[in-house]
Each structure stands twice: as C-alpha cells, then as structure tokens.
Design a binder for this molecule. Structure first.
Ligand code: ATP
Ligand code: ZN
Length: 323
C-alpha cells in the first residue's frame, strides 16, 4: 500500500482505492504554502520554491535527458530575457499582448531621481520615471533561439535539434498554483524539413506520456490552441486546432474535469522559418517544432498526486526519480 493514497486514479490504481480530492479540502495553493513547498511573495503567481520542489524538478530533468539522450540535441540555456526587437519581430505582441512583459529602468539625472523618490514617498505612480530598455522577458524558452539559428547560416540537411531551458514570464496572475507568472520551460526544438520536424513531434508524442506514466501520473493527450488575443485570435485558435498544430499532455492537478497542460507539442510549420529567414541548404524555408515541458506543472502534478511529503511518495515513483 502506498503511504499516501493517490489524489486521482491512475491506470495502476485498483478500483475503489483512489481518494478523489475532497471538495472541502484546503485549496491546493494554501496547502503548498502551509507545507512550505511554495513560498508566497505577496503577488499571485510569483513564488519561492522549496529545496524539495527544486530537487523534484532536477530529478525530472535527468529523466528527460535520459529519454532523449540518443537525439544528441545541443543544450543551450538562455537568460530569462531577450532583445526587445526580437519580440517585436516575432509577432508575440500581435498574438499575446496580454501576456508579454518588458523590462524598464530609470535613465534620468539627479532632478528626475528626486522626483522619483518624491513620487514613491507620496505613494504616487513612479513608473513614469522608468523607460523601456532593450530587453523584454522571455515568454517561451524557444523564442530566443530562432534568430540565433538564422544568424548562423543555412540549416544543414540533417536538421537541427536543441535542448533548451529558461525561466519564462507571462502576465497571468492567478491563485491557481499551476498558472504562475514566472515558471520554467524545458524545451526540445527541431528545425529542418517538414518530415524531420513532424517525425520529431511524433517521437515526443510517444515519449511524453511514457515518461509521465512512469511517475504514476494519469494523463491524456488532446488537441489544443494557444490563448491568442482578441477577436482575430479566435480564428487563429480555430485554425491551429483544425490543423492539429498543437497537442497538450494533460494531467489532473486541480481537478479531473479540468486537467492541466503539463507538456505541449507544437508544429509551427514554416512560421518561424519565414519570419527569421531560416533556410535549409537546399534553399527551402526551414520548418520547426517544439516540445515544452512545464517544469513547475510537472512538479505540482507530482505533489498533488503523491502528497506534499516526498519521503512518503510510493517507492516505485521514488525509485524512478532518485534511483
Ligand atoms: P495554457 O493553455 O495552460 O495557458 P499554453 O498552451 O499557453 O498553456 P505553452 O505556451 O504551450 O502553454 O507553454 C509550454 C508549457 O509551459 C505548457 O505546456 C505548460 O506546461 C507550461 N506553462 C504555460 N503557461 C504556464 C504558467 N502560467 N505557469 C506554469 N506553467 C506554464
Ligand atoms: Zn516553443
């Protein structure tokens, strides 16, 4: 018997043995705070992480690396910011202006500084003394990659594979623990011919669920769309769904009825290839796809399913993570 009954039924859970989350239970976020797994900052979606939480993410990343070792993907860590011009060019502000974050800083002299301090003292808006810098916050781990690939010349005929990790920012404050403003994405990206890129996505569509099931988490795959902004966005979302350009691996964290997207599998067709002028050696525009693991969401799914005390997780799950 597991020390902690799983929150949601898995294929391994004998009938009647699971205990669905009690409706009367404390909200999951409060439980995470009370147990010290996440540390509140005073702002929704911005949290400290405990050592145990980070350890789970570290171990999960080792699993991903093991699973994808044979790919020989090039590892790159970009900082959580990217050039502002690249966000402008990427079209992110057209599709997701509501999520974007930019970095501003003080650039005035002594007189402006005095006014800035006076504004703070009066509780007035001091942000007017800040100006946009050359930097914006990275919204997805793969965004800084494409311009750097384009700058290196033609994409070789065998294609390119990258293994990326970055803290990402999205302005979507929420009390729902899986919707953070700062979170980490581990992304694998393929750039090459349409066939290479589609084959890459198929491979991960098999690997993703396999990995998650090893951790005894229930999961389902589904077609999805990005949260495109505004009225025009509805059409883009429908188009994305119709063409099955985005799949998500859903795991129950808050509820069985509305499981959370913990991995996404995106086929961009030639969107980034055209935008950044990434060409293949044969002169054709390169296609791309990315597979993103939401590291915090995976960790939260584990804490939700197996309990907030990692020592009490099922032996089988501990073995997969810690060996
Ligand atoms: P959602 O539909 O939940 O808003 P998304 O489709 O916008 O997510 P992607 O852009 O595909 O997400 O991002 C890749 C992965 O990053 C997601 O599958 C998810 O696991 C994670 N992720 C996205 N937004 C957040 C967030 N606000 N907090 C934590 N993780 C996130
Ligand atoms: Zn991506």
């Amino acid at each position: 018997m597991n020390a902690v009954p799983p929150a949601f039924p898995t294929s391994e859970t004998p009938a009647g043995e699971s205990e669905p989350a009690a409706e009367t239970a404390k909200p999951f976020l409060d439980e995470l705070f009370a147990e010290g797994v996440l540390i509140p900052s005073g702002v929704d979606g911005l949290y400290g992480r405990s050592g145990a939480f980070e350890d789970v993410i570290d171990r999960f990343e080792v699993l991903i690396e093991r699973l994808a070792h044979e790919d020989g993907a090039v590892k790159i860590h970009f900082p959580p910011a990217m050039p502002r011009v690249n966000m402008e060019k990427s079209g992110y502000l057209k599709s997701f202006p509501q999520l974007a974050g930019s970095i501003h800083s003080f650039v005035g002299g002594d007189a402006d500084h005095c006014r800035l301090l006076a504004a703070i003292a009066e509780g007035a808006d001091w942000s007017t003394f800040q100006q946009a810098t050359d930097l914006v916050l990275t919204p997805a781990a793969c965004y800084p990659l494409y311009p750097t690939v384009a700058a290196k010349g033609a994409v070789p005929e065998k294609g390119l594979l990258f293994d990326l990790k970055s803290y990402c920012f999205r302005h979507e404050p929420s009390k729902e623990p899986t919707r953070m403003q700062f979170f980490r994405m581990r992304e694998n990206v393929c750039i090459g011919s349409p066939e290479q890129v589609k084959e890459f996505r198929e491979r991960w569509l098999e690997r993703g669920p396999k990995l998650v099931r090893l951790l005894e988490l229930p999961c389902t795959l589904d077609v999805a769309n990005d949260p495109f902004f505004g009225r025009g966005g509805k059409l883009m979302a429908r188009n994305q769904r119709d063409q099955q350009l985005k799949f998500e691996l859903l795991i129950p964290v808050n509820s069985v009825e509305e499981p959370t997207a913990c991995l996404s599998f995106n086929y961009h067709q030639d969107h980034f290839g055209t935008l950044w002028q990434m060409s293949r050696e044969n002169g054709e525009v390169a296609h791309s796809a990315c597979v993103g693991f939401g590291l915090e969401r995976i960790a939260l799914a584990l804490f939700r399913q197996h309990g907030t005390d990692v020592e009490a997780w099922p032996k089988s799950v501990r073995k997969v993570l810690w060996g």
